[in-house]
Write a protein that binds this ligand. Structure first.
Ligand code: ZN
Length: 100
């Protein structure tokens, strides 16, 4: 099974198997990160910088702003979904993520 992942519209979307699946303007809560001084960063997504597959995880580096402290930046790799038998399952953005 292969899964094809890329960004569209200058990073406004993550496309999986040619379907738009994840969009910007969502909050992603990050723990164990070095994005900003907050213990848990609430990052409002402005763009997806890069996407990649570390099977079965689909990962992205997020460009955004922490709404807690205002820090702008790019996150480490965050798991945004999983590929299981060629199907894509998104994670819940508001759950807590642990960037690698
Ligand atoms: Zn912060």
């Amino acid at each position: 099974m292969t899964i094809e992942v890329h960004t569209l519209d200058d990073g406004a979307w993550i496309s999986v198997n040619n379907e738009r699946r994840i969009s910007v303007s969502q909050l992603w809560r990050l723990a164990t990160h070095d994005f900003c001084p907050c213990e848990e960063a609430d990052v409002l997504v402005e763009a997806f910088r890069e996407v990649g597959v570390s099977y079965p995880d689909i990962e992205a580096r997020i460009v955004g702003e922490c709404i807690g402290c205002g820090t702008d930046g790019v996150t480490g790799w965050v798991v945004v979904g999983r590929a299981i038998d060629g199907e894509f399952y998104s994670v819940v953005p508001e759950s807590v993520h642990f960037p690698g």
